[in-house]
Design a protein around this ligand. Structure first.
Ligand SMILES: [Zn+2]
Length: 276
């Protein structure tokens, strides 16, 4: 990516090296780690939230773009998503309210409960924050064999996509379906739309000359690597489509590509009825 001319967002909270803080021990809290890498189903997050009492913000967390290389990269990608979504929302005469990105190590207290890095990056609609443990970028490269800075940016843009869904009310719709017979289907539609929104951002990143040759291929490779079928095969040796929560590799690739190609959020209607 070419981010030299991109401003870094200051909507970043650096909690690396801080731990969860407060008086609550992690040992007593049961968290259902059902998530696949790369974000978890928001309904799970809400369940966890009900088990965890809310605590004060950890005071030591610093706000603003961190100065280290990865911190700068993440802040610039976030800044780029802010610029793009602000414009896109303006086009439909509405206002974009940017989310906060929280960097953490190992475990973190969020508005949706305590999370651990094994859950992968996630978005919490309650506090409108994205949570990313940077070790996931290493996993993406080594475990999922999807290297490259734009693959990492896609992860951030996907979580930002969930924030867009919070703003448009789609995430709330998902909550209504939670626990019902359509629950998994809804989750897949929500995730694929977030992939498509990540693509919409990528489209504009291209027009802003922020992409290098090969960048798009990095993101496409990442979307394939984190498809439910691929991950199920790796972790349990077989594929159970009914248990999909994020979509197959083919689906994730297709929706990301769709957003990348058109740059139009209205082309991301995964809820329009019919198969996705
Ligand atoms: Zn997601």
């Amino acid at each position: 990516m070419q981010l030299d001319d991109q401003r870094a967002s200051s909507n970043v909270e650096d909690r690396r090296g801080i731990g969860v803080g407060g008086g609550l021990g992690i040992g007593g809290i049961v968290i259902a780690v059902i998530a696949y890498f790369f974000g978890f189903d928001p309904s799970t997050v809400i369940d966890v939230a009900e088990q965890v009492e809310s605590q004060r913000e950890t005071p030591q967390a610093t706000r603003g773009a961190p100065s280290d290389d990865t911190g700068q990269f993440v802040s610039k990608v976030l800044g780029s998503t802010e610029d793009v979504w602000t414009k896109v929302f303006q086009q439909s005469r509405s206002q974009y309210r940017p989310p906060t990105l929280v960097l953490y190590d190992a475990q973190v207290r969020s508005g949706c409960g305590i999370a651990q890095s094994a859950m992968g990056p996630f978005y919490c609609p309650n506090d409108e924050k994205l949570y990313i443990d940077l070790s996931f970028f290493r996993d993406l490269q080594q475990r999922f064999r999807a290297p490259g800075d734009f693959a990492q940016a896609y992860v951030i843009a996907h979580e930002v996509g969930h924030h867009v869904q919070k703003l448009t009310g789609k995430m709330q719709q998902m909550e209504t379906a939670r626990g019902g017979p359509q629950s998994n289907q809804m989750s897949v539609r929500l995730e694929l739309q977030a992939d498509c929104y990540a693509g919409v951002w990528g489209h504009y990143a291209g027009t802003m000359k922020q992409l290098d040759p090969g960048d798009v291929d990095e993101a496409l490779a990442a979307s394939i690597a984190i498809g439910d079928d691929r991950i199920q095969k790796q972790t349990q040796g077989r594929v159970v489509p009914e248990a999909f929560t994020h979509g197959s590799s083919e689906q994730r690739l297709r929706w990301l590509k769709r957003g990348l190609d058109s740059g139009l959020p209205q082309d991301c209607d995964t809820f329009g009825g019919g198969a996705v």
